[in-house]
Design a protein around this ligand. Structure first.
Ligand code: NCD
Ligand code: ZN
Length: 459
């Protein structure tokens, strides 16, 4: 089914000037293929021309490195504002994202205090402008007690928590979800849903490992929550966060919603780990469920990936399982882990580029995520031969741990934000140049589904 109209994206981009200030040359992913590529970029950081024989401007030769669009992570918790000693901030989280090849993130509202009023959104925007090193898109909470229309004037979208999780923003099980969605749909902004139905939880015994955590918040709770979305207004920008199973992904599609899967649900399962560091909402699932989710994602039926980067301090995660908070960090490892699956031949490069770059940008109607004229020059230089093992001590997140310790990953060697280098040879060289991005309201579309993509293998 068709994506949001492309023309619109070009309209909103600043007008490209005819002659580029700088031309990046090498190889790159363009229009579904890897080929020799030149990218002209003007002084505003907008792509003026892509292809061969791009004339004018200073030349930057990227040699054998592959130019790929940088990614957009639709789901992070940067804990800013947060209580003193918070294990993340806009400064640390955006640096971490930049090193992981991500040039924009959607920041979720379960901060301390939560993003539930226009004043708090405005405060968040000020924090972003003061500290962010990549772009940040602030979302507000969608609850029966929030003023949706007023929030929509400053926030870029809404998060609806149908279950309790970190931050106490979960709505009561008796909430009229249809009514909330109608209110949000009228704003024309996207609504992302944490879909778990507490009525299907099994809290009888206190779970002490991930397998029991899975049984206590089972897949059926996710399906039941998705059913609550069934009578949403046609064409609204409805998006399901972190689907954990092929069934949930299928149902989201059937409902006309887009969806995301996280690297932890795609790559980890209850068979691998058991302690509270792997405690997350919704839970990791059994290996067979993980495998089926991976195949569904690989086949293009989960249109997007997102990290659900949820940094909790080591000391909180070291608590006994019942008391430990749910959530795991992931913004820096999202794209590198999946690039490694491409390198191994487990995933088509085009599928990854669609899921991490193009589709999230189309979903938010932002001129990025593609190496095309009129889009922002947010891109990476990657060498699939340069891999390294993920080590918490090498990551920039302040939380000091990762569930992916020891896994191989392909980290970008260079990252350009609006044509200016922010990562050089794997080191952060950027500055406070991130913007608080505003997602513009869109009238309902006929089809909210995002398209699949033709297969392209990594070199
Ligand atoms: C998230 C967090 O810690 O902010 N935790 C999690 O387990 N995913 C909240 C959330 O997205 O549920
Ligand atoms: Zn989350």
């Amino acid at each position: 089914m068709p994506a949001r109209p492309r023309g619109r994206i070009r309209e909103r981009a600043p007008r490209p000037s005819s002659s580029p200030e700088v031309v990046f040359e090498g190889r790159g992913y363009w229009r579904g293929k890897i080929s020799a590529l030149e990218i002209g970029v003007d002084e505003e950081g907008i792509i003026t021309q892509v292809g061969r024989n791009v004339r004018g401007g200073r030349r930057v030769d990227l040699g054998e490195r592959l130019m790929l669009p940088s990614a957009l992570d639709l789901h992070v918790h940067f804990r800013d504002p947060g209580p003193p000693g918070s294990p993340e901030s806009f400064a640390s989280g955006t640096k971490s994202a930049a090193l992981g090849g991500i040039s924009a993130v959607v920041d979720m509202p379960n901060t301390v205090p939560p993003t539930t009023t226009p004043e708090r959104v405005i405060d968040k925007i000020a924090r972003i402008q003061a500290h962010a090193q990549i772009d940040v898109i602030p979302f507000a909470a969608l609850r029966p007690d929030t003023n949706v229309a007023r929030l929509a004037r400053v926030a870029s979208g809404f998060k609806l928590y149908l279950a309790p999780t970190t931050g106490d923003l979960g709505v009561d099980t008796g909430t009229d979800v249809g009514e909330l969605l109608r209110e949000a749909a009228a704003t024309g902004l996207p609504v992302h849903v944490h879909a778990e139905d507490p009525r299907k939880f099994n809290p009888r015994d206190q779970p002490r490992e991930t397998d029991a955590w899975d049984r206590s918040r089972p897949e059926i709770a996710e399906i039941s929550a998705l059913e609550k979305l069934r009578d949403h207004p046609a064409g609204m920008r409805l998006h399901v966060a972190h689907v954990t199973s092929a069934g949930a992904a299928r149902l989201a599609r059937e409902l006309g919603a887009s969806s995301e899967a996280t690297p932890h649900h795609l790559l980890l399962s209850t068979s691998l780990f058991g302690n509270s560091f792997q405690k997350v909402n919704p839970p990791l699932r059994a290996e067979s469920t993980r495998k089926a989710l991976w195949e569904t994602f690989r086949d293009g039926l989960v249109p997007m990936v997102a990290s659900d980067h949820a940094p909790h301090s080591l000391s909180l995660k070291e608590a006994p399982f019942p008391e430990a908070p749910s959530g795991m960090p992931g913004v820096e490892t999202l794209f590198p882990l999946l690039l490694e699956t491409v390198r191994r031949g487990d995933l088509e490069l085009s599928r990854l580029i669609h899921a991490a770059c193009r589709n999230p940008a189309l979903h938010l109607d932002l001129p990025r995520g593609r190496l095309e004229k009129g889009c922002e020059a947010n891109f990476l230089a990657v060498d699939f031969r340069v891999r390294r093992k993920i080590r918490a001590k090498d990551l920039s997140t302040l939380c000091g741990w990762t569930p992916f310790e020891g896994r191989e990953a392909v980290f970008p060697l260079e990252h350009y934000l609006l044509g200016k280098r922010i990562v050089d040879d794997g080191e952060f060289v950027g500055g406070v140049r991130g913007r608080s991005l505003r997602v513009a309201p869109l009238l309902p579309k006929k089809s909210p589904h995002l398209p699949g993509s033709p297969p392209v293998r990594a070199p």
